[in-house]
Write a protein that binds this ligand. Structure first.
Ligand SMILES: C[S@@+](CC[C@H](N)C(=O)[O-])C[C@H]1O[C@@H](n2cnc3c(N)ncnc32)[C@H](O)[C@@H]1O
Length: 266
């Protein structure tokens, strides 16, 4: 995730964190986007405390980050963005959880972030708390993106923010699975777009939830798997992130796993 998209996520999260409900991320990977969310939750809390806004929270909104930590398709051996350093020597499988925990500890946000290790659809099926913000950045096959959207969007409270990463309108720029759920949210489910930065889209759920919400509708069934979009894995750029905004979180050198435009890099 490049800094300008991270800051757009941060700004959306500041807005959402001033309301009620947790901020939930699908796709922790090594924690880069999680830090933006945690910094936003804290900034909103500090702002509310300084203005003594009785109607807003005085403790940071909980940030929940969810991942099975086995990596997406593009992280597996033989794929372009496989990182052998992330393979557990005992199981022989990708395991990003230790890196995530180290990143959150180093950033000093462990008290703000709750880590859930599990499959997105499985956790969605037992989730019960209305969300202030939902950030979808998990698997990028059609099956994965559809499962994330249909499983989690119903948990977003009216007026809540839905943020989707790697939305490419032009198939020449990247995989279309995130774009398809973005279109479903806009065209069918009563969301409207409030911001677009790079491949990051911020949508807001209408205050009145549509009758055909994803949870109650079998429409737009997940298609078969399609190849994930191209990705680039580069280290974060704390200098550029910090210079982009005086309120920007200090993102350390965190592994980035953004799916990106074929012509660009994260
Ligand atoms: C693109 S990376 C997330 C990048 C991260 N948001 C960032 O900006 O640094 C996608 C992550 O989704 C996770 N993932 C893929 N499918 C999943 C599923 N069904 N349930 C939970 N996590 C999943 C992968 O393990 C991977 O870590």
């Amino acid at each position: 995730m490049p800094p300008h998209e991270g800051l757009a996520l941060y700004q959306a999260a500041v807005q959402a964190a001033a309301t009620s409900g947790p901020l939930l991320e699908i796709g922790s990977y090594c924690g880069k986007s999680t830090i933006y969310l945690a910094a936003a939750a804290r900034a909103a809390s500090t702002r509310a405390a300084s203005t003594r806004a009785a109607s807003t929270r005085d403790t940071a909104a909980p940030v929940i980050t969810l991942d099975h930590h086995r990596g997406s398709e593009e992280h597996q051996p033989g794929w372009e963005y496989h990182d052998p350093d992330l393979v557990d020597p005992v199981t022989g499988r990708i395991d990003t959880l230790p890196v995530l925990r180290r990143v959150l500890a180093t950033a000093g946000v462990e008290d703000t972030v709750t880590v859930i290790v599990g499959d997105s659809a499985t956790v969605a099926a037992i989730w019960a708390t209305p969300l202030a913000l939902l950030f979808i950045d998990g698997g990028h096959t059609d099956a994965a993106a559809q499962a994330d959207y249909h499983g989690w969007a119903p948990h977003l409270r009216p007026g809540g923010l839905l943020v989707i990463h790697d939305v490419f309108e032009d198939p020449a720029d990247g995989g279309q699975a995130p774009y398809r759920i973005f279109r479903t949210a806009l065209d069918r489910d009563g969301f409207h777009q409030v911001a677009a930065t790079g491949s990051l889209r911020v949508l807001q759920r209408g205050e009145t939830v549509q009758s055909g919400t994803p949870a109650n509708s079998a429409a737009v069934g997940p298609a078969g798997s399609s190849p994930p979009s191209k990705t680039a894995r580069v280290a974060g750029s704390p200098a550029s992130a910090a210079s982009a905004s005086s309120t920007a979180p200090a993102v350390q050198e965190v592994r980035s796993s953004g799916h990106t435009a074929r012509s660009g890099t994260t």
